[in-house]
Design a protein around this ligand. Structure first.
Ligand code: 13P
Length: 248
């Protein structure tokens, strides 16, 4: 049985006092559920949020990292630095990074490998644009992104991987893929993993849906057979809304 995983992607939101207020509102409630809960915070608040989460079941996530160990990469943060402040998960290849910051399938792959090497659990994002969906290219794009992301990633490392299917057209737009549409693509991702890694592994990897998830649509999404969780943007910024999703 795959344990559901709900992760909040705070994106570029919240300074320290706001971040602490939010985690203090959610951490005790979360201890009552069997769902794995992650908060993916901006780098600047990771340490303080880590301290606030001491003794709680909520896991800490970052939103990006560099693939090199160290060096002259002004403005970047390494996997080892994330590990050092107690990060458990790291989002890799979010569509906003692909769209605005030159993230490519190749850099996603390098980051996945480096995250695993450093004991971080990657949340690897894939998803098609509206134009690609309208051209009936969704499955082709997903296949390219998945095969590239996991090139040279071993069977044994797949147990630490979470995948997030986030159709770009559903992010921050209020438009959600219907739960069936999302499930169909997620089942397809699982079939790609089966071809590459066999059925035991493909049945274990958790695959989230992301894109305008709210407390009002979380139950329907989470009830789909292949969807194991959600990567939540806007609705993760308010305790009540996020808890509504966690308690789907
Ligand atoms: O990008 C997302 C999560 O990574 C989804 O964002 P929204 O939930 O705001 O649509």
């Amino acid at each position: 049985m795959r344990k559901p995983i709900i992760a909040g992607n705070w994106k570029m939101h919240k300074i320290t006092n706001e971040a602490l207020e939010l985690v203090n509102q959610i951490k005790d409630e979360v201890s009552k559920t069997d769902v794995e809960v992650v908060v993916c915070c901006p780098f600047t608040v990771l340490s303080e949020v880590k301290k606030a989460l001491a003794g709680s079941k909520v896991k800490l996530g970052a939103q990006n990292m560099h693939w090199e160990d160290e060096g002259a990469f002004t403005g970047e943060v390494s996997a080892n630095m994330l590990k050092d402040v107690g990060v458990d998960y790291v989002i890799i290849g979010h569509s906003e990074r692909r769209q605005y910051f030159n993230e490519t399938d190749e850099t996603v792959n390098k980051k996945v490998a480096k995250a695993i090497e450093n004991g971080l659990n990657p949340i690897v994002c894939v998803g098609e644009t509206l134009e690609q969906r309208e051209d009936n290219k969704t499955f082709d794009i997903i296949k390219i992104q998945i095969l590239a992301a996991f090139e040279n990633i071993d069977d044994k490392d797949m147990e630490n991987i979470v995948i997030a299917y986030e159709p770009v057209w559903a992010i921050g737009t209020g438009k959600t893929a219907s739960s069936q549409e999302a499930n169909e693509v997620i089942a397809y991702i699982r079939s790609l993993l089966e071809e590459k890694y066999g059925s035991e592994i493909s049945e274990e990897v958790r695959i989230q849906y992301g894109g305008s998830v709210k407390s009002s649509n979380a139950t329907e999404i989470m009830n789909e057979t292949d969807i194991d969780g959600a990567l939540v943007g806007g609705a993760s910024l308010k305790a009540e809304e996020f808890l509504g999703i966690v308690n789907f």
